[in-house]
Ligand binder design. Structure first.
Ligand SMILES: Cc1ncc(COP(=O)(O)O)c(C=O)c1O
Length: 370
């Protein structure tokens, strides 16, 4: 029996920084000395390198993942008076990004196995008066699990809506051999410091293969400029800065290996918790490679279990306690059973590439003593 200790659970942002310390120091120094701090060579190089990593044509670096959702929608001329469908079990950033575009967000339920947008629920919502006329569907690869792309695409097509990806939690995931971020016409990424590919501040991007869309995205991030000081379309200020791009270039080189390590640790959890009477481990749908951003189990006694784990020194967490449709800022008067059940049952166990097997053992031991 291993007892958890705080040094077993180094916070991911610091551990990731330490792992890359020497290269990061060099990269940051290079930016300081360059004298170019906004939309310079580092951003261009990161955009090129991340595009090559994904097998995509264009990456447009932005200031955050929330901005990426907003700018991606605006690039599709979605705004005031339009509707966008999104899953109700997701971080607030999803709804906030949609609302920032000016569009209304319409919520659909999730699938009980994978926590991702449920095609049947989406279909029902798009047929309802509330969902009629939805222009885009934001498919969130939640916790790193790829959405049910084929079935969502079928539903979106049937209703004339465009299917867009939110890959903020899914760097390194793939669906039937295709990297997430390259499945639809455009995808939003976040590089917030806790993400699989993490900056040391806010950062995001939109990925697309569409040349015209890429031009619009680049215009939108700098005031809608066609040429300097000449705004052709109403834009914003949302630029990935040079320091963050330089940091991301360093960490991109280790992304594949770090996602593999996440998967190895998740497999350890699976084998230890497979027969647990206390928690139900996550399920990975066939054809999907999970990015293992979070390892999320269910428990019918979630709150008691969470208190027990925290008391035992295990930094477990809940993502997310309140579905988006129940939040005052986005509320809508609907009942979404699976999103509400997930909000009451989910618990994220510690998972990142710098955790040891002893740390995982300590988590599983603490669960067994519940
Ligand atoms: C699924 C999802 N979408 C969007 C975002 C927004 O990203 P950011 O925090 O970089 O604005 C996040 C991150 O919090 C996220 O997890």
């Amino acid at each position: 029996m291993t007892s958890p200790t705080s040094h077993m659970f180094p916070p991911y942002p610091q551990a990731d920084r330490q792992r890359h310390q020497a290269a990061l120091t060099q990269a940051v120094q290079r930016v300081f000395e360059s004298g170019s701090y906004i939309l310079g060579g580092e951003v261009k190089a990161f955009e090129r390198e991340f595009a090559a990593h994904l097998g995509a044509k264009h990456v447009v670096g932005l200031a955050s993942g929330t901005d990426a959702i907003e700018v991606m929608l605006r690039a599709h001329e979605i705004g005031v008076g339009d509707k966008v469908a999104a899953p109700a079990h997701a971080p607030s950033a999803v709804a906030a990004g949609v609302r920032r575009s000016g569009a209304e967000v319409v919520f659909a339920d999730i699938d009980s196995e994978t926590f991702t947008l449920c095609p049947e629920s989406l279909d029902a919502v798009l047929r309802s008066p509330k969902g009629r006329g939805v222009k885009a569907v934001l498919a969130v690869h939640l916790y790193g699990h790829p959405v049910d792309w084929r079935n969502l695409k079928h539903v979106a097509n049937e209703h004339g809506a465009i299917l867009l990806e939110d890959c903020a939690q899914a760097h390194g995931a793939s669906w039937h051999g295709r990297a997430v971020g390259t499945l639809g016409r455009a995808a939003a990424f976040s590089f917030y410091p806790t993400k699989n590919l993490a900056a040391i501040g806010d950062a995001g991007a939109v990925v697309t293969d569409d040349d015209e869309l890429a031009v619009r995205l680049r215009q939108l991030r700098v005031y809608g400029w066609k040429t300097r000081f000449n705004s052709e379309i109403p834009g914003v200020n949302s630029r990935l800065d040079e320091l963050q791009a330089a940091v991301l270039r360093v960490k991109l080189g280790a992304l594949t290996e770090s996602v593999h390590q996440r998967r190895r640790l998740a497999a350890e959890y699976d084998s230890r918790l497979g027969g647990s009477a206390v928690v139900k481990p996550p399920v990975v749908r066939g054809g999907c490679e999970h990015a293992c951003h979070q390892y999320v189990v269910r428990s019918s006694r979630r709150d008691e279990l969470l208190a027990h784990l925290l008391r035992a020194g295990v930094p477990a967490a809940v993502h997310y306690q309140l579905p988006l449709h129940r939040q005052a800022a986005f509320g809508s008067n609907v009942s979404l059973v699976e999103s509400e059940r997930a909000a009451a049952e989910v618990i994220s166990l510690p998972l990142h590439p710098y955790l040891s097997e002893a740390a995982l053992d300590a988590v599983c031991d603490a669960i067994e003593t519940f």
